[in-house]
Each structure stands twice: as C-alpha cells, then as structure tokens.
Design a protein around this ligand. Structure first.
Ligand code: ADP
Length: 188
C-alpha cells in the first residue's frame, strides 16, 4: 500500500482528522504544517512569532519558512517507512520544492478530500467553538477558502496529471470517509 502520501482538501474538508486515522492505520507519522505552526505559536518561540500574523489573517506563511520546516521534519528517522503530509504542499512552488526534498523516495499518492465548500464553512464555525483556533472566525475562514482555491486547488490537476491523484468524497460520516480513503489507497 502507498506509504508516502499527501492529503489535499479545502479548509474544513477534514483532512487533519482523516490523516490522523490513516496514519494510525498504516503506522506512519502525519506531518501537519498547520499543527506544527500552532505548536510554535503556543510556545511563543521565534518561528511561532514569525508566522502568527500570516496564520491569523488566513494567509500563507512564506514558502521558504514552511519549506525549511518541512525539510527538517522529513530528515527525521521516523519517516523511513512513509509519512502523510497534511498542509504541504499548498502551492505549485512548494510542490516543486517537495520533489527536490524527496528526490529518490517520491510520493506514492495524493488524496484529495472533496467537499462542498458551504457545508465546510459551517463545520469550521462549529470547530471554532470547540478548539478556539485563532484563524477560525467567519471572515478568516472565507479568506482561507479563497486562498485554497487560488493557490492550492491547482495542485489537484498537477497531481492528476502525474497519475498520483485519488479523489475521495469527504462529505458524510467520518468513519465512512476513512473507509473510502483506505480502500482507494489499497486499490491504487
Ligand atoms: P486549514 O487546512 O484548516 O486551513 P491548516 O492547519 O492546514 O488549516 O493551516 C493553518 C494555516 O497555517 C494556514 O492558513 C496557513 O496560514 C498556514 N500554513 C499551513 N501550511 C502551510 C503551507 N504549506 N504554506 C504556507 N502556509 C501554511
């Protein structure tokens, strides 16, 4: 089964939730750039201070900052059996940078979690009440969705063109989405 994976999807598509489940199922780590940034922000360290303004506004953190963080993470020993990248790449430049980083251990598959954007705004507003993420306000959510469509959505065609894309319907029950994802990966 594919082991070097990227998950794509609009904000609120549930990619973080699904990535955690697939990661457990396959016994490989998830590398979530959003979660990494948030832990730096909570620690109020140098990187956290640098990225907070971008994240709170719903803008992308500059590529060189994100790429350096991902490159360091991918150099750690626990990724030898594979990994799930959640939140990276987020634009075509990052996709090219990822290819350079991976070199002789290329991606096996890219999973796109397909959702209805309107339904997703509601999910995110509900999550905001539970998790209290600083970038989960209605305006910032709308902006993150625009940023997704402009910067990240082109990656869907990019990876489809390379024969790596697996589209998964991400509406409906969490368990069903996980099952569809694992089935898609097994058949890939
Ligand atoms: P979501 O997918 O719900 O928007 P994430 O947790 O993946 O949330 O990302 C939160 C924020 O972290 C993004 O809006 C962006 O500011 C920043 N971020 C995460 N990954 C990247 C990336 N690859 N490049 C630039 N910024 C990123």
């Amino acid at each position: 089964m594919s082991r070097r994976l990227v998950v794509l999807g609009a904000p609120g598509a549930g990619k973080g939730t699904q990535a955690a489940r697939i990661s457990e199922h396959l016994g490989i780590p998830t590398i979530s750039t959003g979660a990494l940034f948030r832990s730096h922000m909570a620690a109020r360290d140098e990187l956290g201070t640098l990225v907070a303004g971008y994240i709170d506004a719903g803008n992308l953190v500059p590529d060189e900052v994100t790429t350096r963080m991902v490159a360091e993470r991918l150099a750690e020993p626990d990724v030898v059996e594979g990994f799930i990248l959640d939140g990276y790449p987020r634009n075509l430049a990052q996709a090219e940078q990822l290819d350079v980083m991976l070199a002789d251990r290329p991606l096996d598959a890219v999973v796109e979690f397909v959702v209805d954007t309107e339904a997703v705004v509601e999910r995110l507003l509900r999550r905001a009440e539970i998790e209290g993420r600083s970038d989960d306000t209605a305006d910032v959510i709308r902006h993150r969705i625009e940023v997704y469509h402009e910067n990240t959505a082109p990656l869907v065609d990019h990876y489809r063109g390379r024969g790596l894309l697996l589209e998964v319907d991400a509406m409906g029950q969490i368990d069903d989405v996980t099952e569809r994802t694992l089935a898609a990966l097994e058949n890939a």
